[in-house]
Design a protein around this ligand. Structure first.
Ligand code: RB5
Length: 146
């Protein structure tokens, strides 16, 4: 089981809370850092806050949500060591773990419904990094090899 940080902006509070309940019920240790009130807020703040928890090692994985998933994904990826992908399908959600060693998942609450979102979460959390040639490529992303 993983220690998972969750955050979102105002556009995805309900879906974030559904993801939190789902992941908790699956046995994961969920750290939901909000926000909890519906006022308009700024996704870069919340993306960075979640990414910092993963980059520091405080959490194993992160799941971030905004309207499209795109803005909060971009913010998370600015933190060194973070590899975050937006997913709208389960295949991609598994593959960003298996091939890209993604440590964060982004979901758009205005793009996918709750049922699909939870399947995407399942696919992401259920996959494992395959290593091998993929490790070489991930190291290249991180600037560790030419
Ligand atoms: C907020 O209206 C919206 O721009 C935000 O949730 C997200 O979709 C940005 O990428």
């Amino acid at each position: 089981m993983a220690r998972i940080v969750l955050s979102s902006d105002h556009a995805a509070i309900d879906l974030r809370q559904a993801v939190a309940s789902y992941a908790t019920a699956k046995g994961h240790d969920v750290i939901d850092i909000g926000p909890t009130t519906p006022e308009s807020t700024h996704y870069p703040v919340h993306g960075k806050a979640a990414a910092d928890k993963v980059a520091s090692g405080d959490c194993d994985l992160g799941i971030v949500l905004c309207g499209t998933g795109q803005g909060i994904m971009m913010a998370a990826n600015k933190v060194p060591g973070i590899r975050c992908g937006v997913c709208t399908d389960t295949f991609s959600a598994a593959m960003i773990r298996a091939h890209n060693d993604a440590n964060m998942l982004a979901i758009g609450a205005r793009v996918v419904g709750e049922g699909l979102a939870l399947e995407i979460v399942d696919a992401f959390l259920g996959a494992e990094f395959e290593g091998g040639r993929h490790a070489t490529r991930v190291a290249m992303i991180e600037g560790e090899t030419a």
